[in-house]
Design a protein. Structure first.
Length: 572
């Protein structure tokens, strides 16, 4: 059946839904739009599903939400854990509350109890709640830091981490086995009366979550001493971080927190930014002038679902610098390890974890403290899997995990990146710097002087629609067949193909990677330099990661630029 047939099928199938029919008829003369909406189903994977809001198979709407939820219900029943229920949270995006309610009522219709938060909550609170309530799974309605026209549906397993590849594939199988018309929700009053819909209020999870976060403080006495003097500007970027971040800091004695008023309240239109992404320096265009106004030395922001945190810090000359995710990760890692060393809580079996596309500077820092470092595939669920593994075996003690895409975690009660946790660590590290009459920017420069100057760049090439998917597959296939021997004059020492699960050295030596299959190519270059190429799992983009190391900042930056130009040609 072709995309035009699917389009006509939807018009017939949902003929009693006047709004759906009207929207679909409004695009009747736009063949490209019809194709984009109906050439494929919105894919469900380890990151759940994400897409532009609208009607169609390849769009985020109540029908796809219901179908995905029924598929999840069938999976949980097959696993024999459905009676424990599913916890559901949502952020500030358009239709997030609607999709969350529809998910809850679809679960109810399938005999699975839904624990639905009464208002928006961050992703880490949902992850915490899954374990806290001993639920079988969790759902978050969010598209993270994407532009406002997007929304998404993320699923969490019983350990509080996002679904792994095998579980996601199993849920996908159930989703594909059912039709849209089979996925009807239960009326809300009936679900409430049967206790298949339970509303979670303010005190039932939030208080315990905030108490847990406060326990992650490594320098509580210093926070008490310096916290009242530290001036911070914070922006929740119209999202769910406003209440928990401010509450946590207030309860720890950090009183001078100024919030960007224009970005304080939830708003799915995100009117002050192109996209609510703390990775983008433009996200701080209101925060930095405000910091100058109130005399703040640190600016930070969280994205709509409050799992990511971006940072800008002031140097000794008063100039603000926005930091990369790798720079923030290294600062926080160093803070965790140095604080534990000073207070005598650095375990002999300590471990830290990062994604394969994150900076190797972190490994050098960890080695300095005798901490074992692990690399995992991109996706915080794989860091969550390591935490669970360490917990089960006792072989290692988890200390810190991060991704270059601005996600950080130092606890084990949450199994996803946590913007509230990260806000605590950053504030604490800023207090340490202030006590030492220095700045976080100075601390970062000290790390570079000690471990080498690492520079990284991420290049994203957007390739939307059916043609874009074909183009991405073509690029990856071509690189597998004809891997470069050198880039920017640097020899390729080895190629890691995470789809094939192999590492092939230049001399032909082949080793197994022992990781789940993933469409990722990683090129190890001379002198600890590397590039990595992978299609995004949540956006119509192919991403190129370029990382270099040199004896000076200028040399590293120059090499990075040369390597980026050479590597970018691979995406043509």
């Amino acid at each position: 059946m072709g995309y035009r047939d699917e389009y006509e099928k939807w018009l017939s199938m949902f003929q009693n839904d006047a709004e759906t029919v009207a929207e679909l008829k409004s695009i009747s003369g736009d063949e490209k739009e019809i194709e984009d909406r109906f050439y494929t189903e919105l894919s469900f994977g380890t990151a759940g599903m994400r897409g532009v809001i609208g009607m169609g198979m390849n769009r985020m709407n109540v029908y796809n939400v219901r179908r995905a939820t029924k598929g999840l219900a069938l999976y949980l029943k097959a696993e024999g854990i459905a009676e424990r229920g599913v916890t559901i949270a949502y952020d500030s995006r358009h239709f997030s509350d609607v999709f969350a309610k529809q998910a809850a009522l679809t679960l109810a219709a399938n005999g699975v109890r839904a624990y639905l938060f009464d208002a928006l909550r961050p992703v880490p609170v949902l992850s915490y709640a899954v374990r806290h309530l001993n639920a079988a799974a969790g759902i978050v309605i969010t598209a993270s830091h994407n532009p406002p026209q997007y929304n998404g549906y993320k699923v969490y397993a019983e350990d509080g981490a996002q679904l792994g590849p095998e579980a996601a594939a199993a849920v996908t199988g159930y989703i594909r086995s059912i039709s849209y018309t089979e996925c009807q929700p239960m009326p809300e009053e009936e679900a409430l009366s049967k206790k298949l819909l339970v509303i979670i209020g303010n005190a039932e999870v939030d208080d315990d979550y905030i108490a847990m976060i406060k326990q992650l403080s490594l320098r509580p006495e210093l926070l008490k001493e310096e916290g009242p003097n530290l001036r911070i500007v914070y922006t929740p970027l119209h999202g769910s971080g406003n209440v928990p971040v401010r509450r946590m800091l207030s309860e720890l004695g950090v009183s001078h927190v100024t919030v960007v008023k224009e970005q304080e309240l939830p708003d799915g239109a995100f009117p002050t930014v192109t996209a609510p992404n703390p990775e983008d320096p433009a996200a701080f265009k209101l925060a930095i002038p405000l910091a100058d106004e109130v005399g703040a030395t640190v600016v930070f922001g969280t994205d709509p679902d409050c799992d990511r945190m971006g940072v800008a810090v002031r140097d000794q000359q008063g100039v603000f610098h926005t930091l990369t995710g790798n720079q923030i990760g290294c600062l926080l890692l160093h803070h965790v390890l140095e604080s534990r060393r000073l207070n005598g809580t650095l375990p002999k079996n300590g471990a830290a974890v990062k994604s394969i596309v994150s900076t190797e500077m972190a490994r050098a820092i960890a080695a300095d403290y005798g901490v074992t470092f692990f690399d995992v595939l991109t996706g915080f669920k794989f860091i969550g899997e390591k935490i669970q593994q360490f917990s089960e075996t006792g072989e290692y003690t988890f200390l810190f995990g991060f991704e270059e895409s601005f996600g950080y975690l130092s606890g084990t009660s949450v199994r996803d990146k946590d913007g509230v946790n990260a806000s605590l660590l950053l504030t604490e590290a800023a207090c340490v710097a202030m006590a030492q009459k220095t700045t976080l920017y100075d601390e970062l420069q000290a790390l570079y002087r000690k471990y080498g100057y690492y520079t990284e760049k991420v290049i994203s090439v957007t390739l939307p629609g059916k043609d874009g998917v074909t183009k991405m597959k073509s690029i990856m296939a071509s690189l597998r067949e004809n891997a470069p021997k050198e880039l920017a004059g640097l020899k390729v020492l080895a190629v890691r193909d995470y789809l094939k699960g192999t590492r092939v050295a230049a001399d032909g030596q082949q080793d197994a990677l022992n990781t789940p299959p993933s469409d990722v190519l990683y090129f190890e270059l001379e002198d600890s330099n590397w590039i990595c190429i992978r299609p995004s799992g949540t956006e119509p983009k192919i991403k190129l990661y370029v990382n270099t190391r040199a004896a000076s900042a200028d040399d590293s930056a120059a090499l990075n630029q040369q390597l980026a130009q050479s590597a970018q040609a691979l995406l043509a």
